[in-house]
Design a protein around this ligand. Structure first.
Ligand code: BES
Ligand code: MN
Ligand code: ZN
Length: 510
């Protein structure tokens, strides 16, 4: 078994007060001004410190005039490489655009650092002044931008030295003690995002329910957390009809993983639930061939909640988090469930399965009922649930549904960390379309209008009325099928790990 924890997930991050002798690149931020690009922190945008002893006023002036000469503007994520001026200590300088000075926020810093991190493949040591604007955001951006997934690149296709990810980033700080906690938190968060990305990027040939459960278990046990894994026999004995129904078409049987972190019995309890379909063919209601490979990402919700419960423990948050993670492979076969079958969810609700491709809600319903037995104050489920999410919001904006107040709180927090979830309604008039003529519920409506909301309404049936609930549909945002941008490369993005941890911190009062 591959231990995900042993892999190097990104560059080593450190604080420094100087440019070391072996520095290859100094990364500086630049903003657009009427007089051309200006290096920041500096007169155009003040920060914690402008590191004048490292980057002298003379060196700045030289760099700014060279930037003007080569046509640099300072637009967001624009990259300009220059030779290091004499006396600087770094052989080259990478200027990364931050856009207009009045629009520079943590997310812009993260994105620009991410673009720099991506561009610095083949670099041993980079030092950056972006930490003078926001140490944590710069650290997260560099780390996530430099993330690569090369486990299956062998022989001739293995990364050449010039393509190796950036190995070490030193972030300049005003004194050696500055920002220790900020960097620890940023690194922990970035590593959790990378863990989620690794899970998503691991192909379905190698990550099937039992293997996913094993990997989650070993990460959780290494972190000292309590883990329980139910196999197909235990799932059957306890009546998890949704997970079993979805999993029964596959020769690789389903699992239910539970990981508990207790941060004080008197503190709030939060249930996290993540959709773990290791591959979604659609089942008998089979998907078209084009882009079906994207369904390797259908366990991104599970990946995010596993990474988040580990992260909550690492950050020692004063609350309890229990992750409940159903895992199954949705395959067509002679043992698969059929359109028209009726299954009994955990807890007794019967569901007519009119479309076997609406499988996520079936495994989530079981998990929601199980998670509710712990009597959590908050319940957050995360799923690559509907193509309709992308029709409504595009590929980068998660939809968040649930109880009004908590839904809005989660959306606000998500926007604050740059993952940008947007609140969506659960219109009562759509609920009747999920009525079945023979069972308690149908798993799909007889039309496609408001598909994301309809899926949310299905889940709502299983959530206790007194729980603060948020449902995040991340079908598009969890997996980038387009080109790289900011700190996001191709493939798994790690969304919504940063939203989840920020929500947990908010609930914990941090
Ligand atoms: N895993 C898919 C949703 C999805 C689509 C995620 C595209 C990522 C990218 C989900 O299981 C699914 O197939 N949903 C159906 C629901 C429909 C049958 C009501 C869909 O969106 O088409
Ligand atoms: Mn499906
Ligand atoms: Zn699916």
């Amino acid at each position: 078994m591959t231990a995900v924890a042993d892999r190097s997930l990104g560059p080593e991050l450190a604080r420094t007060v100087d440019i070391g002798a072996d520095t290859d690149v100094l990364v500086v931020g630049i903003v657009t001004t009427d007089d051309g690009p200006a290096i920041v922190p500096g007169p155009a945008l003040a920060g914690e410190t402008d590191f004048e002893d490292v980057l002298s006023a003379d060196a700045r002036a030289v760099l700014e005039s060279q930037l003007r000469a080569v046509g640099a503007k300072g637009k967001g994520e624009e990259l300009t490489r220059l030779p290091g001026p004499t006396g600087l200590g770094a052989s080259s300088v990478l200027a990364v655009g931050l856009g207009a000075p009045d629009a520079v926020d943590a997310e812009q810093i993260r994105r620009s650092a991410g673009a720099a991190g991506r561009a610095l493949s083949g670099t041993g040591l980079a030092v950056s002044t972006l930490s003078g604007l926001d140490l944590g955001a710069a650290a997260e951006g560099f780390y996530l931008g430099a993330y690569t997934f090369t486990e299956f690149k062998s022989g001739k296709s293995a990364p050449k030295p010039a393509e190796q990810p950036l190995r070490r980033v030193e972030l300049l700080v005003p004194d050696p003690a500055f920002g220790e906690e900020d960097l620890f938190r940023a690194q922990a968060i970035a590593e959790a995002v990378a863990t989620a990305r690794d899970f998503v990027n691991t192909p379905p040939s190698h990550l099937f329910p039992a293997e996913f459960a094993d990997r989650a278990r070993s990460l959780a046990e290494a972190a000292g957390l309590e883990v329980e894994v139910l196999d197909e026999n235990e799932l059957a004995a306890q009546g998890f009809g949704g997970i079993l129904g979805v999993g029964k078409g596959s020769s690789r049987p389903p699992r239910l993983v539970r990981i508990s972190y207790s941060g004080g019995a008197e503190n709030p309890r939060v249930a996290l639930i993540g959709k773990g379909i290791t591959f979604d063919t659609g089942g008998i209601s089979i998907k078209p061939a084009a882009n079906m490979d994207h369904m390797t990402s259908d366990m991104a919700g599970a990946a995010a909640v596993v990474a988040t419960v580990l992260l909550a423990a690492r950050l020692n948050l004063p609350l309890s988090v229990i992750a409940t993670v159903p895992m199954a492979e949705n395959m067509p076969s002679d043992t698969a469930q059929r359109p028209g079958d009726v299954l009994t969810q955990y807890g007794g609700t019967t569901v007519e399965v009119l479309n076997t491709d609406a499988e996520g809600r079936l495994i989530l319903a079981d998990a929601i009922v199980r998670a509710s037995q712990d009597d959590p104050g908050y319940l957050i489920d995360v799923a690559t649930l509907t193509g309709a999410q992308m029709v409504a919001l595009g590929t980068r904006t998660p939809g968040v549904m649930g109880t009004d107040e908590f839904r809005d709180r989660v959306a606000r927090i998500s926007q604050g960390v740059g993952e940008n979830a947007w609140p969506m309604p659960l219109p009562a008039e759509l609920r009747g379309d999920l009525n079945s003529s023979i069972a308690d519920l149908a798993n799909v409506a007889p039309h496609r209008w408001g598909g994301m909301l309809s899926a949310g309404l299905f889940l709502k049936e299983f959530v206790p009325a007194d729980v603060q609930w948020a449902h995040l549909d991340v079908a598009g945002p969890a997996y980038n099928t387009g080109g790289a941008f900011g700190y996001i490369g191709k493939g798994g993005t790690g969304v919504p790990v940063r939203t989840l941890i920020a929500v947990l911190e908010d609930i914990a009062g941090r």
